[in-house]
Design a protein around this ligand. Structure first.
Ligand code: SAM
Length: 288
């Protein structure tokens, strides 16, 4: 049997009790990095006679047949990653697939995983969500990936390095428009922190503030959530400001970008506002 074992993402007390038992009974522990797993075993005082073997993206093709042979010979194999749940932006799915194809039983000892911890702490809708993995490192690929997810009507969960946070927030603002965003940092650790604010606010903050330290997950509201959340009063307030210096067409465009509300609806509100407050430039061409 292959047992997938989740390990802590910060707080060592989060090591599942059943994980300790699985380590003790294992013949082989397939580790993303054997040094990390040794450290975990030593810090948690977990005893095992298992052989620790590396299993990662670079040696997977070579290691899979070895692990499958051991499993077929009745050995107990445990799969772990450096932290959290294996396979979640970590190696393992090809091994699991190969086990199913080879008639080997797969089981799991569940435990911490950063995207789900972040989602439950975010206060964003959790009924539907899309875990998107890492934001691509190249700016053009990142912009493309964010664009591709912009219409999804569910909370988006992204892994990102803290260093790239400022650039990524800018790209998110361009792709998503204004939405509620949550940065979940150092989860389960001493400096655990949740920052929750509209994308514009966070993007502006990190233009000047130094990027945060440690590990982060970025979550953004789905396509329609923010639009529903923006009240007509808020839209009217934004329009009133914008109409002081812009044509109806430009004001509507600006408020659409800020709120993501439907253009037709903003335009109707703009006409009401305009009746009370004459606007300077001519905008007879405005339409939805
Ligand atoms: N398999 C892991 C899991 O289940 O959480 C995720 C591994 S992935 C290679 C590592 C990424 O997860 C980090 O770059 C960060 O985005 C996120 N992450 C891991 N631990 C975290 C923590 N304590 N707080 C916030 N984000 C974390």
């Amino acid at each position: 049997m292959l047992t997938i074992v989740a390990t802590p993402i910060g707080n060592l007390l989060d090591l599942p009790q059943r994980a300790v038992q699985a380590f003790a009974e294992a013949d082989i522990i397939a580790c993303e990095d054997t040094r990390q797993t040794r450290k975990l075993l030593s810090l948690t005082g977990t005893l095992t006679k298992a052989q620790l073997l590396p299993y990662h993206d670079h040696n997977g093709a070579k290691m899979r047949p070895k692990l499958l042979t051991a499993l077929s010979n009745g050995k107990k194999v445990v799969l772990v990653s450096d932290a959290g749940t294996p396979l979640i932006s970590d190696p393992g799915y090809k091994l699991v697939a190969a086990c199913h194809e080879g008639g080997i039983i797969v089981t799991s000892i569940p435990g911490p995983t950063a995207p789900i911890i972040a989602l439950t702490m975010s206060g964003l809708p959790s009924d539907k969500f899309a875990f998107q993995g890492f934001v691509p490192a190249k700016k053009s690929a990142a912009a493309q990936a964010l664009e591709a997810s912009a219409q999804l009507d569910m909370t988006q969960i992204w892994f990102e390095s803290a260093r790239r946070l400022p650039t990524t927030l800018d790209l998110m603002l361009q792709a998503y428009g204004e939405r509620l965003c949550v940065i979940a940092r150092e989860l389960t650790k001493l400096h655990e922190e949740i920052e929750r604010a509209p994308l514009t606010v966070l993007a502006e903050k990190y233009q000047t503030a130094p990027p945060p330290r440690g590990e982060i997950v970025i979550l953004v509201e789905g396509a329609s959530a923010f639009h529903h959340a923006v009240s007509d009063d808020a839209i009217i307030a934004l329009l009133s400001d914008a109409l002081e210096t812009h044509s109806v067409r430009d004001a509507v465009q600006q408020v659409e970008a800020l709120t993501g509300a439907k253009k037709r609806h903003i335009y109707q509100l703009a006409l009401t506002v305009q009746q009370k407050q004459p606007t300077p430039p001519d905008d007879s061409a405005a339409s939805d």
